[in-house]
Write a protein that binds this ligand. Structure first.
Ligand SMILES: *[C@@H]1O[C@H](CO)[C@@H](O)[C@H](O)[C@H]1NC(C)=O
Ligand SMILES: *[C@@H]1O[C@H](CO)[C@@H](O)[C@H](O)[C@H]1NC(C)=O
Ligand SMILES: *[C@@H]1O[C@H](CO)[C@@H](O)[C@H](O)[C@H]1NC(C)=O
Ligand SMILES: *[C@@H]1O[C@H](CO)[C@@H](O)[C@H](O)[C@H]1NC(C)=O
Ligand SMILES: *[C@@H]1O[C@H](CO)[C@@H](O)[C@H](O)[C@H]1NC(C)=O
Length: 490
């Protein structure tokens, strides 16, 4: 049966469609669900991958992207926790309460427990479910932590970032294996540990069981730390931030190489679907770059929300080696992966199943999505067809930040732009297809389109839940827990 999927002739595709329809199970061959590997890079900019910027040294990612399908219109959220919310639940974050900023260390905020997660659903379909890396969807109570949200194992950290070698965030230690504190007397760079652990999972995995491996790396988020051999690959870059950042990107590339080599060796790649995506656009203020797109991480501009990424599979994609321009959103992975597992979401989620688009290149079923609705900043943005409406402040960092980039020279502009957030922005309208760089505001030229999109936005707003807005709670301070960030204070 597995052979059916490998054949790409159109005659066989009809048979395949029938087989899938009759059995109404996905996984292509209807007999055996594919292994799923979901890799999330943290803070990777649009212009920080080799297929957009040849100066980046990312040979593994380049090869996989060119063998797979490059995603050219794959949207993520403007920030980390909101994007991870969509990955894990299929909802836009304005419906879960996680639409406003990220969960900061010590804030009693979380993905509410009544949301069903992707690993829960995949677990029900017989998947073995593992997360290695960053969680960032809440930790003030055990019930919000990964092993109580559907993952059978967790190896990583709960918060949004930490030092790579000593695994601390605001002087609290944050590194766990399942629920136990994972001590690291060797002070090894976090992503080396993640790769080793992922290899361990892969080697021990029984190939007869479907594997879901969620790999949200710490790379390439700040702090600016990377082993010297990666930084040295960019010795010609003078700016410290950019040089170290680029080194981190190349380390990420090697991490993906080691993991995919292990998957290959374990025989898992013959029936496997792999996603590579960033969680948000690049922080230009930390050395990332999003050119030619406008803006940065933390903004609703394309540079903050249009994610670099690709999908790869040896057996499941009928059309490969091209760039797919179909519109998709981070929330779409949830129903798409459930489809591969032979299941469906059981609630009214925002994600739509993109399997047909990804596997055959047909048009995207998605024509609209919400960049965000944030009732605290009063800002929102929506896309419908080619048009994008933004109301309120897009977030600061509203410019185009050039390369080669000397951070020192940009400091003034960046400091100025960071303050832009408080400006009274009037609503703006862009045609993203014709003007992906968002240079021509059409709001005064197209009043009808403005009215239409404002009406659409109001429809979505009906489903908004209040943003969780919790200040730092001293009860969670690591000093109460022997210096370790520990659940149990909300
Ligand atoms: C990717 O999208 C950009 C901006 O919309 C577009 O200019 C470019 O042609 C697309 N690339 C490919 C290969 O389709
Ligand atoms: C984590 O839990 C999984 C599943 O119960 C188990 O196989 C694994 O050994 C645990 N890891 C650690 C480090 O305790
Ligand atoms: C962790 O490492 C960073 C960077 O070297 C350092 O600034 C910080 O003080 C260290 N934290 C602890 C608790 O050792
Ligand atoms: C990848 O594997 C090689 C060979 O074991 C090792 O030397 C290297 O440090 C690994 N790199 C990463 C990022 O894990
Ligand atoms: C949004 O904010 C307004 C004004 O503060 C308030 O009246 C409304 O209830 C809020 N809506 C949500 C869903 O939080």
């Amino acid at each position: 049966m597995a052979e059916v999927c490998r054949v790409r002739s159109s005659g066989t595709m009809i048979v395949l469609t029938l087989v899938v329809a009759v059995l109404s199970v996905a996984g292509c061959n209807g007999a055996k669900q594919p292994h799923i590997v979901f890799i999330v890079a943290d803070d990777l900019g649009w212009n920080d991958v080799g297929w957009h910027n040849p100066a980046m040294i990312t040979p593994t990612l380049n090869r996989m992207a060119s063998e797979g399908v490059i995603l050219n219109s794959s949207y993520v959220q403007y920030l980390c926790s909101p994007s991870r919310t969509s990955f894990m639940t299929g909802y836009f974050p304005y419906r879960t309460g996680l639409q406003h900023e990220v969960i900061a260390a010590g804030q009693p905020r979380y993905l509410p427990a009544h949301f069903t997660t992707l690993p829960e659903m995949l677990g029900k379909q017989g998947y073995r479910t593992h997360i290695v890396g960053k969680w960032h969807l809440g930790m003030c109570n055990w019930k919000y932590t990964p092993t109580e949200r559907g993952f059978e194992s967790f190896f990583g950290y709960y918060s949004g970032m930490e030092f790579y070698y000593n695994h601390t965030r605001l002087d609290g230690y944050d590194f766990r294996a399942n629920k136990s504190v994972a001590l690291d007397p060797t002070r090894t760079y976090a992503d080396y540990l993640f790769v080793d652990h992922a290899l361990d999972i892969i080697e021990k995995h029984n190939p007869e069981e479907p594997l879901f491996l969620y790999l949200p790396f710490h790379l390439v988020h700040v702090p600016h730390e990377v082993p010297a051999r990666f930084e040295n690959m960019y010795s010609s870059i003078q700016d410290d931030y950019r040089r170290i950042y680029c080194g981190m990107v190349s380390m990420l590339d090697e991490a993906v190489k080691n993991v995919t080599d292990a998957l290959e060796k374990a025989g898992l790649t013959d029936n496997m679907f792999l996603i590579f995506t960033t969680d948000n656009g690049g922080p230009t203020f930390n050395g990332a770059n999003n050119l030619p797109l406008r803006g940065a991480k933390a903004t609703y501009w394309e540079g903050g929300t249009r994610g670099a990424g690709f999908v790869h599979s040896k057996n499941l994609l009928q059309k490969t080696g091209y760039t797919n321009n179909g519109m998709m959103h981070a929330a779409d992975w949830f129903p798409t992966l459930l489809h591969l597992a032979g299941s469906k979401p059981d609630s009214d989620i925002d994600g739509v199943n993109q399997w047909d688009m990804l596997s055959t290149g047909v048009d995207s079923p998605r024509t609209t999505f919400v960049y965000n609705i944030d009732n605290i900043t009063r800002a929102a943005a929506i896309r419908h067809g080619d048009y994008k409406l933004m109301v309120g402040s897009p977030g600061g960092w509203n410019g185009w930040y050039p390369l080669p980039k000397l951070h020192a020279q940009l400091k003034e502009q960046l400091a100025h732009d960071a303050e832009d957030v408080d400006q009274q922005w009037k609503p703006q309208l862009y045609n993203i297809k014709e003007d992906p760089e968002e240079r021509h505001d059409l709001s005064s030229q197209m009043p009808e389109m403005m009215k239409f999109l404002q009406g659409e936005l109001e429809k979505y707003r009906q489903k908004e839940v209040p943003p969780q807005n919790a200040p730092y709670d001293p009860a969670g301070d690591p000093t109460h827990f022997g210096g370790v960030w520990t659940p149990g204070w909300c």
